[in-house]
Design a protein around this ligand. Structure first.
Ligand SMILES: [Zn+2]
Ligand SMILES: [Zn+2]
Length: 312
């Protein structure tokens, strides 16, 4: 064993205690990584392969649109300073919805998808192209409110959601710095855009190893929440973890973090089981876990996945 570390002339060695960042904005390769994860999951998830492969192509198109399209509306310099200073979500989703030309993102997304879509998906793409500006705006409002809408248009909502995600991930780049971690009643709402989390994720990255973050369903911002705390009722001490008993590892990284105070659950995606796991993708691939818990009736799902909007 070596003796205690000695300070040398050029400063001291790191203490080993690194404060993890409280809020992390999405990086530029988010959609490319998510698409790759979805492709892997599509090959390993019985019964959901075709669905996950289609979502993978949507997410790949999101990456393409994010990289190539220049938006017409760009926020003014300093536009978000006041919100950041006062702890308000600077990219409030409903407030900005009419400013942002997300419908152009949708058109670009449909163009990119058109090239690779199968025969079965073409009618869906055509039906979204045929919607009026007003009808699209109504769907956007529902997506951003996590409102399931009516069953007739529900199939179109994931494409609208995909365009909104591109628009909001792009907007996070206009922020001069990440917002503060939310506190009080809104601790589980995205500090950037005010939307709900899709799931939580436990990282294996060096600066945030083992740290849990909630992952925003719309803008993909992540914010820290202590692992002992329920994401739904904010109480501690009554959490346990439920998974599917199945040999297929890659499909079932996600667990349900269930709380006996509020009888709700949110999926948690521990990257120590698979470093490629993604909150949105792994939530979709573990749909069987939701079905099992729904049948058992003990816990109610929380978490909003705009690619899987369920309703009556
Ligand atoms: Zn957000
Ligand atoms: Zn709870």
């Amino acid at each position: 064993m070596k003796g205690p570390a000695v300070n040398h002339a050029f400063g001291s060695a790191p203490s080993g205690i690194m404060e993890p960042p409280r809020v992390v904005l999405p990086d530029h390769q988010l959609f490319a990584r998510r698409a790759a994860r979805l492709r892997t999951l599509s090959e390993n998830t019985p019964g959901l392969g075709e669905f996950l492969a289609f979502i993978a192509s949507v997410v790949q198109a999101q990456q393409q649109v994010l990289e190539t399209r220049e938006p017409a509306w760009v926020p003014a310099a300093g536009a978000f300073d006041a919100a950041l200073e006062h702890g308000m979500p600077p990219l409030g989703a409903q407030a900005l919805r009419r400013d942002i030309d997300w419908q152009q993102d949708l058109a670009a997304l449909l163009d990119a998808l058109e090239l690779q879509a199968g025969e079965r998906q073409r009618p869906l793409l055509a039906s979204v192209r045929g919607l009026s500006v007003q009808a699209l705006d109504d769907l956007a409002e529902q997506v951003l409110d996590a409102d399931p809408g009516d069953s007739g248009s529900r199939g179109q909502m994931p494409l609208v959601a995909a365009a909104l995600q591109v628009a909001w991930v792009r907007l996070t780049r206009a922020l001069p710095r990440p917002p503060e971690r939310p506190t009080g009643d809104v601790y589980a709402l995205c500090p950037c855009c005010g939307s709900q989390p899709v799931a939580s994720i436990v990282h294996v990255a060096p600066e945030r190893n083992g740290v849990r973050y909630l992952h925003c369903a719309i803008c993909a911002t992540e914010w820290h929440l202590e692992r002992v705390t329920c994401t739904i009722c904010h109480k501690g001490g009554q959490l346990h973890y439920l998974g599917l008993e199945d040999g297929d590892q890659s499909a079932f990284v996600a667990r349900a973090e269930a709380c006996d105070h509020c009888h709700g659950y949110l999926k948690i995606v521990p990257r120590e089981f698979d470093a490629e796991a993604d909150p949105l993708a792994d939530d979709l691939a573990s749909l069987a876990l939701d079905l099992m818990l729904d049948e058992a009736g003990q816990y109610t799902r929380s978490g909003y996945n705009p690619f899987l909007i369920a309703g009556a």
